[in-house]
Structure formats: C-alpha cells, structure tokens
Design a binder for this molecule. Structure first.
Ligand code: HPA
Length: 246
C-alpha cells in the first residue's frame, strides 16, 4: 500500500474514495494516529494529516514517529510526503513544484529515531540518498506537462517562525534550494523502518529576504489554494501508476 502524509494545504484526502478513518494506537503517544484508508481506482491508499485534525499541531510538536510507525502498521511500504516550502532557487518560486534530491536537517529537539531504547546493538542507517529514487522517479513521471523540478536540497528548519534574511543567506551558502519545517525527521524515520519515501514540495513563497516585501500569510494562502490542485494531479497520477506496478 502507498501512504501520503499531507501538510499545510492538504489536510484531507480529497483525492480518495470509499474513505474510512482508522485510529491506530502506537507506542509513541497516548492518543491514536488517525489514518484515512481509501482508494484511488483500484489502489489502496493510507493518508495522514501531518498537523493533525484541524491543522493544529505545529511542525516542532508533530509526533513524526507515531505517524510513520502507524503507516507501516497498516501495511504501507512507500510514503509520499507533501510539504509546503519557501523557495530559494530560481526554480522554486511561489506555485512551483519540486521533488528534492537531498536534505539538510537544521531542526532540533525532535524525537528523531526509532533506534534509541532496548536495542540489541547500536543501529545506523545509510542516508546518503535520503529519498527513494524509484519513488522520486514515479513522481517525476507523474508530472505530465506540469513543470516539476527533480533536483534541489530541502532545508528543514525548526519553525514555527519563518527565517531571518541572514539565515536564508546562510542556507543558500550551504547549498539549500528550498526551506520547509516538516521534512525531517520524517524522511529518516521512514528509512529506519525500511519504507520508500519521497517528498513532493509546493513552494508557497520566496524565502525571507529574497524579495522586498515581507512574507504575507494571505499571499501564501492564495498560492496554496491554486497550487494544491497541481499537487493533487501529480499525486493522483503517481498513486495510479504505483498501483499498476504493485
Ligand atoms: N520557510 C520555512 N518553511 C516554510 C516556508 C519558509 O519560507 N514557507 C513554507 N514553509
């Protein structure tokens, strides 16, 4: 089964049919994770709203371990994370879609590993290529005629505040192309559980300091409203081809 973790702007599985919600109890939280199980054509899909019902959990408080564990528990083997980002690279202006190739984690203080307690041996995962190439290629093939950039480095910042202009200049010097707050530890946790994982990013603003105007939530809201239609089109085609190959 394929899983989708929806972020800002994608809080309900509007692209699925026959939806049931299933509460999944995990070892990581007293509250269950609510998974939507549905289908697109004949493909079974599990969906999680990353920020919880009603979009109330901020990036640094998300229980990433519970979400990823719950998806694996219901039988998911591949996960597409949908993330809103701020653009740094010229290809990532507001409304642009990207499937990044690399990630740098600037977040801190998040529960970021399953390999901490009760281990038989210290465990390290290979994270040279943080995203599953097969899933990235599936997303890029599913772009059809929408321009989706298949490159780029995703910087994961702590949030919930946006960055200062100097922080963005530093991220740019580090080689980052887009900035979000939720790409990590999600990608690493998926790798720890052996799940294929890729990110479909929608740029909703230019990163701080790259334009004269301050970043406006109203402008971001407008880009999300129109951009999510392209995200859903790419996702739906990707899910349909995943089902055909599964
Ligand atoms: N920075 C960090 N995260 C974001 C941004 C940004 O500019 N836009 C959307 N998510």
């Amino acid at each position: 089964m394929i899983g989708v973790i929806g972020g800002t702007g994608l809080t309900e599985p509007v692209f699925l049919e026959d939806i049931q919600t299933v509460p999944v109890t995990t070892p990581f939280a007293s509250a269950p994770v609510h998974i939507y199980l549905g289908r697109l054509g004949s493909t079974q899909v599990a969906f999680i709203a990353r920020h919880g019902k009603g979009h109330k959990v901020p990036p640094h408080r998300i229980n990433y371990r519970a979400n990823v564990w719950a998806l694996q528990h219901v039988g998911v083997r591949a996960v597409i994370g949908v993330n809103a980002v701020g653009g740094i690279h010229a290809r990532t202006g507001p409304g642009a879609l990207a499937v990044p190739r690399q990630i740098i984690d600037y977040s801190w203080g998040r529960e970021h590993t399953f390999f901490a307690d009760g281990l038989d041996a210290v465990t390290h995962i290979d994270f040279t290529n943080p995203y599953a190439e097969s899933l990235r290629q599936l997303l890029l093939r599913s772009a059809a005629d929408a321009p989706v950039w298949g490159e780029g480095v995703y910087a994961c910042t702590q949030g919930p505040r946006l960055e200062s202009a100097a922080e963005v200049r530093r991220l740019q010097r580090d080689g980052c192309d887009m900035i979000g707050m939720t790409g990590m530890p999600e990608a690493a946790l998926a790798r720890e559980l052996g799940l294929a994982y890729a990110c479909l990013a929608l740029s909703v603003n230019w990163a701080a300091g790259l334009t004269e105007e301050p970043i406006s939530m109203a402008a971001i809201g407008e880009v999300i409203d129109t951009g999510m239609a392209s995200v859903i089109a790419v996702l739906s085609r990707a899910i349909a081809s995943y089902g055909a190959a599964d």
